[in-house]
Structures are given as structure tokens and as C-alpha cells.
Design a protein around this ligand. Structure first.
Ligand SMILES: Cc1cc2nc3c(=O)[nH]c(=O)nc-3n(C[C@H](O)[C@H](O)[C@H](O)COP(=O)(O)O)c2cc1C
Length: 399
């Protein structure tokens, strides 16, 4: 029985990933920021929502398929951008992208990924989205999106919630820094995980050398150990609506903003020609007092209506979470850690396992609630006073 066979849910994959990865890498993937309140709230938000099962409905022909931006997806889910898949597995981004392609869901490549967009486009197939952190030197970002367009990426996601670097106190404690520094603590950590060293680190070192941020503009395409490679990427204090206007003019495909949590921002985004909004608190990794995405979702979805596609991320670990997000107005969700844990345990097969687990759970929740297709999922499945829920923008506890 392989390690993957012993994983029955995302938490099993998480625990298996914890055993495999050096502590510094695992905590970088797994944890939040400061006191990790937002991280916990993301889960609590989903868990608070109670559903009613509907009896005696023939749900035998149910179908999870949907369309996202006019194209089919086998279920209302896509892979979130994460700069860490390449640390979880050798060329982890490629493995994850292949898993997404085989599951027929979109994959988002992060600006800070270690596999180039050219390679992903050539070798992964499937629907590809590109996530952008906007450079201080805007011209470099414009070149980057041109490159993404040339490589067939259908959507551009601009992340707007990482204005300043977050406080992730465990990273320096673990001696885990970006850019990488060979701190004594991290060296010991790596030495205690020889399998990871052999299967991930050594594979890079014996082929391409120290991994680089392959999607950074040329002047910054340096190894992950270089200070110069990351210094400017996170300088986003000047990012503003005028930038969005320019990106809208320059990007011919689908444009999304990631990290919109307020209805007024959502409405403004639509005025600027944005096609999709991702309600997200960055998986609880940035502002620790951030509202849980599932709690922020209803008022954003209501303000947007049919004018744009609303997607949710942060905290999705079970298929029932997707059903709850759909009921509250999302068209789909993104998964960050859930599919990263899978990648860390088994590369493409591990990511496929994570997607399969969530799909199976979603399918069962649809069956229990009497929904044969995603269009049948509404707040009708909730327990509690629906009108009060609607006005409060969240689901009440049972009275
Ligand atoms: C290890 C890691 C790296 C991430 N890197 C990025 C990134 O480079 N760009 C970005 O927009 N979001 C990034 N995110 C946030 C995810 O895109 C997503 O918003 C978040 O993971 C969703 O929460 P979840 O992990 O609970 O699913 C990262 C998340 C993780 C866990």
C-alpha cells in the first residue's frame, strides 16, 4: 500500500506531507500569519454552515460540471496560484498542472513559480491561468503578461491583497527565508529529510542547478537564493485602480482580481472591465484579522450579480465547502494547500488524489442535498432562516 493509498481525505494528505517535507517548507505551505486567526476562521466559517438533506429525490444522474468564462470545467474548482509547488516536489508546478489538465479543471501558474510558463504550456496542456504580482517597474509586468498571452494563458489573475509582506513569524524561526539562505537551522532541517533532499533538491541541483523564479522578468530571473530576485516583487504599495485600467487595456483575455473582499471594490472592479473576482484572504496568510472568505462572499456576490464571475478561495478542504460556496453565490472555488499537500505526497498522482477526494465529497453532498447539477445549488439547502441568512450575509446557527 503506497502512502497515497493510505490517504482518505485532505487532512491525511496534509499529515503525510508533514512527514515528507522539511519543517521549514511544510510550515511555509501550511501555516498562516501572526496568531493564525484568519487561518482558523476560514475553516470555522465553512464548518458553521449546516445543510439540510432533501429526501426522496432521484439524484442518480447528477453532474458536477460547469462552465467558467464560457469554457467547460468538470467541476466548479480550479487550482490556486502558489509559489511553492516546486518545493513540494521536483517540478511540482508541472505535476500539479498535469493533474488539473487530467481532471479537466483550470490551473493557475504563480508569478513566483519555479517552472517556466513556456514549459507548463508545452507539457501540461489543459486550461491555463496566470497570476501576476505587479512589479514596481510596471513595464516588466507588461512584458510578463505579453509572454503569458503568447504562451496561450487564457486568463490573467492580478493579486491585489499582498500590498506589503505579511508577518509569518515561523519562517525566520525555522531559518526558512525567501530568498533561500543556508541558515544552520534550515540545513539541519534538510539533512533530517534525506528523501526530500534526494527527490527534490538534488534533482534540481544535478539538472538545472539552484531553481530560479522562471517567470520573473529577465533582469530578476535569478536563483531562489538571490536577494535581487525577490526584492522588488512584493513592492505593491503603489498598486491602484489606474493600474487595473492599464492592465485591462493590455490584456486581451479574461481578467480577474484576486483578494477582493468588499462589495464596493467588487463593483468598482466591474466598472474597470474586470471579468472575475476572487474573494480570498490569501488562505489566512496575509492580514490575520481578515474576515473569512466564506463570510465575505455573500455580500460581494450580491453586489456583483450576473455582471462578473465570483470565485472563492481560502479554507477549502472538503467537497461540501464547494457546495456551500456555490450556494452563497460563487461560481467556483480555488484550492491552494489542499492540492499542494497532494503534490508533496505524490506529485501528479498526489494532486489527482486530492482533486478526486474533493470531487467525491462534493458529489455526495450534492446527492444528500438533492441537487442534480450545480445550477440547483441555492441557499435552499441551508438550515436556518434563509431571509435572515441572506441579510446577515452568512448562515445562522440553529435556533
Ligand atoms: C504556499 C503558498 C504559496 C502561495 N503563493 C501565492 C502566490 O504566489 N500568489 C498568490 O496570489 N497567492 C498565493 N497563495 C495563496 C493561494 O493562491 C490561495 O489564495 C490560498 O492558498 C487559498 O487558501 P487555501 O490554501 O486554504 O486553499 C499561496 C498559498 C500558499 C499556501
Amino acid at each position: 500500500m503506497s502512502a497515497l493509498d493510505r490517504c482518505y481525505n485532505i487532512n491525511d494528505l496534509r499529515l503525510a506531507a508533514r512527514r515528507r517535507l522539511p519543517r521549514g517548507v511544510f510550515e511555509f505551505v501550511d501555516r498562516g500569519s501572526e496568531d493564525e486567526v484568519a487561518l482558523r476562521n476560514n475553516r470555522a466559517g465553512f464548518e458553521r454552515i449546516k445543510l439540510r438533506h432533501r429526501a426522496l429525490v432521484d439524484v442518480s444522474g447528477r453532474n458536477l460540471a460547469t462552465t467558467l468564462f464560457g469554457k467547460p470545467a468538470s467541476m466548479p474548482m480550479a487550482i490556486a496560484p502558489t509559489g511553492a509547488a516546486g518545493l513540494c516536489w521536483h517540478e511540482g508546478e508541472l505535476e500539479l498542472a498535469r493533474a488539473a489538465a487530467s481532471a479537466k479543471i483550470p490551473f493557475t501558474l504563480a508569478t513566483s513559480a519555479m517552472t517556466s510558463m513556456e514549459k507548463i504550456a508545452k507539457e501540461a496542456g489543459g486550461r491555463l491561468w496566470f497570476q501576476l504580482y505587479v512589479w514596481k517597474q510596471r513595464e516588466l509586468s507588461y512584458q510578463l503578461i505579453e509572454r503569458a498571452h503568447r504562451n496561450g494563458f487564457e486568463a490573467l489573475i492580478i493579486t491585489v491583497d499582498t500590498i506589503v509582506p505579511p508577518n509569518r513569524e515561523y519562517n525566520p524561526r525555522n531559518g526558512f527565508m525567501l530568498p533561500f539562505h543556508a541558515t544552520p537551522r534550515f540545513i539541519t532541517d534538510v539533512a533530517m529529510h534525506p528523501q526530500w533532499s534526494a527527490r527534490v533538491l538534488m534533482k534540481y541541483l544535478t539538472t538545472i542547478g539552484m531553481p530560479r523564479y522562471e517567470n520573473y522578468p529577465e533582469p530578476f530571473r535569478r536563483p531562489v537564493t538571490s536577494d535581487a530576485s525577490v526584492r522588488d516583487v512584493m513592492r505593491q504599495e503603489t498598486l491602484c485602480w489606474d493600474d487595473i485600467r492599464i492592465f485591462r487595456d493590455k490584456w486581451p483575455g479574461v481578467l480577474m482580481l484576486k483578494g477582493i473582499n468588499r462589495p464596493d471594490d467588487a463593483v468598482k472592479a466591474i466598472e474597470y472591465g474586470v471579468d472575475g473576482l476572487i474573494v480570498s484572504n490569501h488562505g489566512g496568510r496575509n492580514m490575520d484579522s481578515a474576515v473569512a472568505s466564506i463570510d465575505a462572499l455573500p455580500e460581494v456576490a450580491e453586489a456583483v450579480g450576473e455582471r462578473a464571475t465570483v470565485i472563492l478561495d481560502s479554507g477549502v478542504r472538503r467537497g461540501s465547502d464547494i457546495v456551500k460556496a456555490l450556494a452563497l453565490g460563487a461560481k467556483a472555488v480555488l484550492t491552494g494547500r489542499a492540492t499542494l499537500y497532494g503534490t508533496a505526497v505524490g506529485g501528479q498522482a498526489g494532486a489527482e488524489k486530492a482533486i478526486g477526494v474533493i470531487r467525491n465529497e462534493m458529489d455526495k453532498t450534492m446527492a444528500y442535498t438533492g441537487c442534480r447539477g450545480v445550477e440547483e445549488v441555492t441557499t435552499d439547502i441551508f438550515f436556518g432562516d434563509r431571509e435572515a441568512n441572506r441579510l446577515r450575509g452568512r448562515v445562522m446557527e440553529p435556533v
